[in-house]
Design a protein around this ligand. Sequence first.
Ligand SMILES: [Mn+2]
Length: 417
Amino acid sequence: MVFKFLHLADVHLDTAFQSRSPQMRSFLRASLREAFRSAIDLAISEDCHALLVAGDLFDNETLSFTTERFLLQQMNRLREKNIAVFYAAGNHDPSGISYRAARMDWPANVHIFRSRRPEEVPLSDSEGNIRAVIAGAGHEGKRESENLAALFPPAGSREIPHIGLLHALVTGAGGSQDHERYAPCTLEDLREKGYKYWALGHVHAGEIISEDPHVVYSGSLMGRNARETGSKGVYLVEIHANDVKIDFRPLAPVRWENITVDSLEKAANFDDLQNIITGSVQEYFAGEYPPERVFLRLNLTGPCPLYKELNSPENIAVLEEELSFALNLDYIEIKVENLLPPVNPDHHRGKPHILGALLAVIDSVNADEEMLLKLAPEVLAGYQKKGDEAGKLLYLKSLLAGIDFEAAVRLLEADKL
Ligand SMILES: [Mn+2]
């Protein structure tokens, strides 16, 4: 028997989008709903047996009446097509009695894994044969600190596929450092259960952590800021006996990209600046924009003669506007925190002034490893290994990288930069 389902997670319907303008906020919220509606469309058009939601379907504090109604309508569309929904609560939509998920009027096809104690729910076909067993557990509160995965029962049967559904942090997964350690577990905790597929939520980057068995973060359904870049969507999964086929389907109407431009040394005026940036962005996309609406964060970094001008919010706003027009992008935000004044330490080396002398000291320490070890403090914050002199030297040199530049910026008067 075949079991076909969609795995999605981290939709975060009605994200606050606090730092955005009211117009942008409502656009992004509408885009999240659009992405979710597309997932429902896909589950229906692909004749899925189930939709698996691995938590953070919405943000408990900010879910509006309109979106609550929208969500229930979408679940009802699945009910009309006989598609089951399995939903394991996450830390943003916990299932405890005082939270929204517990009080909503979910249609009968929706099974919510509310308890942090895992339970197993069989899914049968019209003749009563068990197609699959979904094992899931939910976050009852906002800060689940226990390893919930460890409590899951091992798969009893080899014939019937067992699917795990959980919002959890698998330690060591890519992007896991960006997320809170809620319901932490190891890959081994999941592997040893004998399940065919683990549908996970929490890490927004999305990752196939293992293929035997499949342990998968679907990632956020839509990127919500410049840290969640690239194509976003769901996994369409088909399990037939021992064969597990998974297919990523992009669904988000919006896609974030994050581009760093660090070649601004020659940007002497506004036109130069625009030309360099548009060139870099076009190169990044290699002449072909993705099909989604692109939201772009531009990080301007490194030395730039327009350093001071780019400190003005008004100038940034004009640059953002002109660039989005020139590049035909829906939205651009520019970050200049890592921009530097156009200093070249080489121009000051060997000169008879304080900066010249300081640069000479820096250069001599850089070239003299014995001296460097002698100057290093006993305890180093970032390097604790004992007895590894080569490693310690590498670490010390990494600390010195760019210090000549730093010295020049600090010692030169602003108008001489
Ligand atoms: Mn999340």
